[in-house]
Design a protein around this ligand. Structure first.
Ligand code: GLU
Length: 581
């Protein structure tokens, strides 16, 4: 019975998933933003279901699944496949990601880890030349940086556990775009034009440029039939078509053909295993903040920050005010100090998570925060036996993507997906880009004679900052689904959005609109061109070393108001939209 119904739904889907023209973008009243610009977006409300994603075509694909009776996980997979086409700079099957799933019926959550892994031949000295780390840009654009892609295996495993529509149906919107082509977005066009490394890869040059070498412009049609063929095969045969056979062989060949070749083998790819982990939750005021445990440092670091901020009356402070930015930055310094030193892949090191999240420890850390003066650089806590971490190269690169979904039954997905930097390693294989996620490892194997917790090791997952997040209220009702791209700034972006939602009672759009600010235990970072920038002199007077810079978050929030429905907000700094019914 069930099967017949499912098959009927699939047929329906394949037949009538209509995709909108790029101009249509609910929630945004001006054309998609420039890579560095900002667009005014409005709160989108819905009664039944909602998707927020980084491209209108992708959000539309997710909504089409929900309209066809699919659930949140089905929608998230369809969104990912379309994003691979239309936002290739950010995520795709050549990358990895973390997905938090909430099942409304059982009230259970699952944390799905599709993080890339280091090849079996990898050593801690991977990124060293004559004892010195490679230039970061050289490490990124190399075969060395490519981790075994994890996102597809993870999505397939999550689909087996939670999906409703057949796997094949989830690919229909992406396949249509592969067949018909689609207009290049403003942001993609700007990133192609400004990226000096992309055109060095012959296949990437051919895909993203005209035959005369000029980059594709916004609105021009991008055709990616090679990726279409790959996705069609995966839709029919499952992820094994990617992990075993000629696609895997092509990935290995491309990694080895690079002038700075990698050592990945087809055995590495065949051996890839996604992990289902326990969700990490903490309480902030009355809300339960749940997300990804290590190997992501995201949720744990956010938990530390919020716990340290809890004793301050943030609700009484104006959003983005001097007082709030000062306190938030100080909590950031203290939390990032511990993150930098202690957090890494739990299959290889044992992060002292319980100690780091202990309320008494965090109260002692919070007591170090002064109202009138910055700490400068905060020292990490001292945990005997824990391993030291060396360095952190993760910059705020305009890559990675956040998918937030709530379905008709109240199931939810928060999924952050990434190829690491924009266009990943810049190695294109059969129409998809390979990640450079291994540069999230410490490039230095040790620091001050201590091994780095996040050093490269065979089969290990590089530490991440991605923080797909679900928030539940005191009655355990799901209230928010959110997350953001932004490298190691993700932690500050998501923590700040949570303060916006919980303390400042902002709606989903206002929370995504908030100027970005915070500290990763170096300078205090203020978003250029926003009100946050104006705080620089006063923060300097309190001893903050201030840096004003573009901070291109991509916060995608769905708020659930019990009895009232859903509302969604998309970050004004990128091209995302919220769509719902
Ligand atoms: N590779 C980063 C991480 O896992 C994400 C990159 C980004 O957000 O741009 O933390």
């Amino acid at each position: 019975m069930r099967l017949t119904r499912v098959i009927r739904i699939t047929t329906l889907l394949l037949a009538c998933v209509a995709l909108p023209a790029r101009a249509q973008s609910d929630g945004a009243d001006t054309p998609p933003e420039a890579a560095t610009g900002r667009v005014t977006k409005h709160l989108v409300t819905a009664k039944r279901h909602m998707v927020v994603a980084a491209d209108p075509l992708a959000a539309e694909a997710g909504r089409a699944m929900l309209r066809a009776g699919g659930n949140a996980l089905d929608a998230a997979i369809a969104v990912q496949m379309v994003l691979n086409m239309v936002e290739p700079q950010s995520s795709g099957i050549g990358g990895g990601g973390f997905l938090i799933h909430y099942d409304a019926k059982t009230r259970r959550m699952a944390a799905w880890d599709g993080r890339e892994t280091a090849p079996a031949a990898a050593t801690p000295e991977r990124f060293l030349v004559d004892g010195k780390p490679l230039r970061f840009g050289d490490a990124v654009a190399s075969g060395l940086s490519v981790g075994v892609p994890g996102v597809l295996a993870m999505l397939e495993a999550a689909h087996r556990a939670h999906g409703r529509l057949p796997w094949q149906a989830l690919f229909a919107p992406a396949l249509r775009l592969a067949d018909d082509g689609f207009p290049v977005s403003q942001r993609l066009a700007e990133l192609i034009a400004s990226d000096t490394l992309l055109s060095k890869n012959t296949a990437a040059r051919a895909l993203f440029h005209h035959p005369d070498g000029t980059p594709l412009r916004a609105g021009e049609t991008l055709n990616n039939p090679e990726l279409g063929r790959v996705l069609r095969t995966i839709s029919r045969e499952g992820a094994k078509a990617f992990y075993q056979g000629d696609i895997a062989a092509d990935i290995v060949a491309a990694v080895h053909a690079h002038m700075r070749p990698g050592d990945m083998t087809v055995q590495d790819i065949a051996a890839y295993q996604p992990r289902r982990r326990e969700v990490l939750c903490s309480v902030y005021r009355t809300q339960h903040i749940c997300g990804m445990p290590p190997p992501s440092s995201g949720t744990a670091t956010i938990a530390m920050m919020l716990a340290m901020l809890e004793r301050f009356p943030l609700a009484k402070m104006k959003p983005g005010s001097l007082e709030a930015v000062h306190l938030f930055s100080e909590a950031g310094r203290l939390a990032y100090a511990d993150r930098d030193r202690y957090l890494a892949d739990p299959d290889f090191v044992t992060p002292p998570l319980a100690q780091l999240l202990d309320r008494n420890y965090l109260a002692r850390r919070s007591a170090l925060i002064r109202d009138d003066r910055s700490l400068g650089t905060a020292p990490p806590g001292d945990f005997a036996g824990a391993q030291a971490f060396g360095d952190d190269h993760t910059a705020a690169l305009p890559s990675t993507t956040q998918i937030s979904v709530v379905d008709d039954d109240g199931n939810a997905v928060s999924f952050t997906s990434s190829v690491e930097s924009a266009f990943g390693s810049r190695i294109l294989v059969r129409g998809f880009l390979l990640n450079n996620q291994l540069t999230d490892f410490s490039l230095l194997p040790s620091s001050n004679g201590m091994p780095a917790a996040n050093r490269v090791e065979p089969g290990k997952r590089p530490r991440s900052s991605m923080a797909p997040t679900l928030v539940f209220d005191a009655q355990n009702r799901l209230r928010y689904v959110l997350g953001s791209p932004g490298g190691s700034m993700i932690i500050n972006y998501v923590a700040k959005t949570l303060v916006g939602l919980i303390d400042w009672k902002l709606d989903a759009q206002q929370a995504a609109d908030l100027p970005n600010f915070g500290s990763r235990n170096r300078t205090t970072e203020l978003e250029a061109g926003t009100a946050a920038e104006d705080l620089a002199p006063q923060l300097r007077a309190r001893g903050h070393a201030v840096r004003v810079l573009p901070m291109s978050s991509g916060v995608h929030v769905i708020a659930i108001t019990p009895g009232k429905g859903l509302s969604g907000g998309a970050d004004p700094r990128r091209e995302g939209v919220a769509l719902g019914d």
